[in-house]
Design a protein around this ligand. Structure first.
Ligand SMILES: C[S@@+](CC[C@H](N)C(=O)[O-])C[C@H]1O[C@@H](n2cnc3c(N)ncnc32)[C@H](O)[C@@H]1O
Length: 795
């Protein structure tokens, strides 16, 4: 059988699903596979193979070293007559593991060493309570890493701690931190179970097991679990969190996650989803046999794997102890035999359409290939370019102070969903205008028979909303006079061109900042008098709703909206938050902060993906909570009142200091504050706040009608604006990860701050733990973050 049996790379179905890379690990393998064994494993369907770094000879040498050291200590006691107190002196020297020799390893630099994944010795015990064993283990690890690195290994898997108590994990984490230095540029991958599932423990005996040192702890835990004691599902994640924190979220530290037989609750699956998963390991023991006697996994396993495979850097799979067995590999033909097979083997091979001496195709690999083909195909939201945006940090756009380029507009225009919703909102408004016989602003004393609805698209860009307004007017048979305003002089040229070519010059295109516009001049009026707007259409929304200064821009133009019947589309928008764990972005920002000291004070626009939500939806406290709302037009406007009384040229002044010291307070009505409580039943860590927005584009006059909305909230987008990609979420980072225990409430305070010229956000998070039915204590808090230094400028 050929090694690509089971899938056809040319088939469409293959193209549209994430590929599986499948590796082989044999926990009983003590020697590095030979060239021909390596070939046999690949021929049986695997893409890569793990290799031990050292062999049994080295193992025995280390055991002997320990034993001789103990004897040496006893010798010191007799020879030097040490008292008990002297024996207990912690300064007695520890043994030093001598350097490797060629008897200790069969791994050597070779042409295929880059495709071998080195697996550090599982018999070491970095966590041992016996200081001699933990120290020897640390030395062994360092020797192995340095040697594997020398041989050309780029990735080394290190068996994780076998227990999760603080003392053990601290020692382990300290050893890994040191190993990172020793390993040079290699990636270190810590092999950990998703949770401590009884029956799936690492079986290889450690030095502690063999030499009677400590390490009893792990057995106790297992025994307790076997007795039915509740398993702490998050304990291994906790250990991982300690290790990577000690290693400062290094970009070279990953997880190989051991998939359990019983797939745990979603929360734990999602927690691991957010971690840097390099491999998923699947032991033979977690497979069941189906009716036909072939290996299979449960639907839960399949869903879990399918979910993890959606990551941009999706994990590779390692199958453990599924063959080919050590014995069959030992009988593997030499390269010479494969290249020059016997006549009978060559004839047989041709008949069976395989390479000479090729082993049978591994049935576990075959099954995984079947799962590969049966993954859900990529959706419209998983095009290669959208996938490439996963968790990529972008500074938010500032369309008010910057002029966008044509290509940026083109990206917006690639998403029809937003425009469909806007067109629907405008059309529904026009229909209700007729139904309720609302007044139109083309009626003036001089033009009493005016029928036209006066409409403006402000911030028209390259004109897609203008086109949609024209379509809505045509489909609802509504006569309109339409203005398109744009402050970007380059986009203005494009608008003029479209007006001539596509819109028959039916649109009045004006290059202006909407806040400076004099208002619509009425066509058909003897003096072209200025009238009011019936419908003002804008799209100045950012990922957090108001973060691209829509409120400030609309303030400046709302005086042209007819009162009381004129409307703004959008009618309103709301900002929403949820605390999240996002180790990957935290690591990214930790690197950026070296060159950009504001990195942790910037609200970043990013297609959040590899995250885990930490808050649960409970009564009164959602996972996503609304921070604040803006509604347009603003009913009472100090600025408009002041301009009406003093003229628009006069600067607004007050005798107070405004909300921000030194400001006149003109924009104070656009300041906002929220204090939200999120409930976290399980323990975890947060790295920041995910921000989203929703907008009601049109709210019907008719009672009970569903408003026309757009939303990027994960639990609403499918209902309100499915497949809309115009906005990615926003992320408000925390400078330090904030760990919290179980039964915690996270209290989030956020402000939209403003002075006379700028808008920025401030945010902090506090952690309260419930310690009794009525008692909460504060157990942690972030610092106050502020984006003032990178504020959005409107004045
Ligand atoms: C997010 S883009 C939307 C463009 C277009 N309406 C669309 O939906 O594709 C916002 C547009 O508003 C323009 N804009 C922002 N503030 C403005 C202002 N105060 N006056 C006029 N145009 C403004 C920007 O130049 C930009 O073209």
């Amino acid at each position: 059988m050929s090694s690509n049996r089971g899938f056809n790379p040319d088939a469409e179905s293959f193209e549209q699903r994430p590929p599986f890379y499948i590796g082989q690990h044999d926990s009983q393998r003590h020697e590095s596979p030979t060239d021909s064994q390596y070939g046999q494993i690949l021929d049986s369907g695997f893409n890569f193979v793990t290799t031990p770094i050292t062999n049994e000879h080295f193992h025995q040498r280390v055991i002997a070293l320990y034993k001789s050291h103990i004897q040496e200590r006893e010798h010191w006691v007799t020879e030097r007559g040490l008292t008990d107190a002297q024996k207990a002196n912690p300064s007695l020297p520890l043994p030093t593991v001598p350097t490797l020799t060629d008897d200790d390893t069969s791994l050597f630099p070779s042409s295929y060493v880059g495709s071998l994944i080195a697996y550090a010795s599982p018999w070491i015990d970095l966590c041992s309570e016996d200081p001699i064993i933990s120290d020897i283990s640390r030395q062994v690890l360092n020797l192995e890493l340095a040697y594997a690195n020398f041989c050309g290994s780029r990735t080394i898997i290190i068996p994780g701690p076998r227990q999760d108590d603080g003392n053990a994990v601290a020692k382990y984490a300290r050893a890994i931190q040191e190993a990172q230095e020793v390993g040079g540029r290699v990636n270190l991958v810590i092999h950990l179970p998703m949770y401590r599932e009884p029956g799936l423990e690492e079986e290889v005996e450690t030095l502690s097991d063999l030499l009677g040192g400590a390490g009893e702890g792990s057995k106790e835990v297992v025994k307790a679990d076997a007795k039915g004691t509740e398993i702490d599902l998050f304990s291994t994640w906790d250990s991982w969190h300690t290790i990577r924190t000690v290693c400062k979220y290094s970009g070279r530290l990953f997880v190989a996650l051991r998939i359990p037989k019983r797939v745990p609750e979603k929360d734990l699956q999602e927690r691991w989803f957010s971690e840097p998963l390099h491999y998923l390991t699947l032991d033979k023991k977690i497979f069941s046999l189906n009716k036909a006697g072939h290996p299979s996994l449960t639907r839960h396993h399949q869903d879990l794997i399918n979910r993890y495979m959606r990551l941009k850097n999706h994990p590779w799979l390692i199958l453990i102890n599924v063959g080919p067995s050590a014995e069959s590999l030992a009988e593997a033909p030499s390269k010479m035999e494969v290249d020059y097979p016997s006549l009978s083997e060559a004839t047989k091979a041709v008949k069976e359409n395989r390479k000479p001496y090729a082993p049978p195709y591994n049935e576990f690999v075959d099954y995984m290939k079947y799962l590969e083909r049966h993954q859900p195909p990529y959706s419209a939201m998983e095009t290669p370019s959208l996938v490439s945006f996963q968790d990529w940090l972008q500074s938010p756009l500032q369309p008010l102070s910057d002029n966008l380029e044509s290509a940026t507009y083109e990206v917006f225009e690639g998403d029809p969903v937003k425009y469909d919703q806007y067109e629907k909102a405008v059309a529904e408004a026009m229909l209700e205008w007729k139904k309720y016989n609302r007044p139109v602003s083309s009626v003036t004393p001089e033009t009493p028979d005016g029928k036209d609805l006066i409409v403006a698209v402000a911030g028209a860009g390259r004109g897609p909303l203008v086109a949609r307004v024209l379509r809505a007017a045509a489909s609802t048979n509504t006569p309109i006079q339409l203005w398109a305003l744009e402050k970007n002089q380059n986009a203005y040229v494009y608008l003029l061109r479209r007006n001539k070519r596509e819109w028959n010059n039916s649109v009045t295109v004006i290059k202006t900042d909407m806040r400076e516009w004099e208002g619509p001049r009425l066509a058909g009026h003897p003096n072209n008098a200025i009238t009011k707007l019936d419908i003002l259409v804008t799209e100045l929304l950012g990922s957090f709703g108001d973060n691209e200064l829509s409120p400030e821009c609309l303030d400046g133009i709302q005086r042209h909206i007819a009162r009381p019947h004129g409307i703004s589309i959008p009618y309103s928008y709301t900002a929403h938050l949820s605390p999240i764990a996002h180790p990957r972005i935290f690591a990214d920002l930790s690197n950026r902060v070296i060159s950009d000291p504001n990195a942790f004070d910037i609200p970043w626009v990013t297609r959040l993906f590899q995250l885990s939500y930490v808050a649960q939806k409970v009564p009164k406290h959602g996972r996503f909570q609304q921070a604040w709302e803006f509604i347009h037009p603003v009913e009472v406007s100090r600025a408009d009142d002041f301009a009406a009384a003093n003229g628009r040229a006069r600067k607004y002044v007050t005798h107070g200091s405004g909300s921000m010291y030194g400001s006149s307070g003109i924009n104070e009505h656009n300041a906002r504050h929220c204090h939200l409580t999120f409930v976290c039943p399980t323990r975890g860590v947060i790295h920041g706040l995910a921000g989203y927005f929703e907008s009601v584009l049109y709210k019907h006059q008719e009672e009970g009608k569903t408003p026309v909305e757009i939303s990027i909230l994960p639990d609403q987008i499918d209902r309100k604006s499915k497949d809309m990609i115009s906005w990615f979420p926003i992320f408000f980072p925390l400078r330090q990860p904030l760990y919290f225990p179980q039964d915690t409430e996270l209290e989030v305070s956020m402000w939209r701050q403003t002075d006379d010229t700028r808008v920025w956000y401030e945010w902090m998070v506090e952690v309260y733990a419930w310690v009794g039915p009525k008692t909460r204590i504060k157990v942690g808090a972030s610092e106050m973050h502020s984006s003032r230094k990178v504020a959005c400028i409107f004045g």
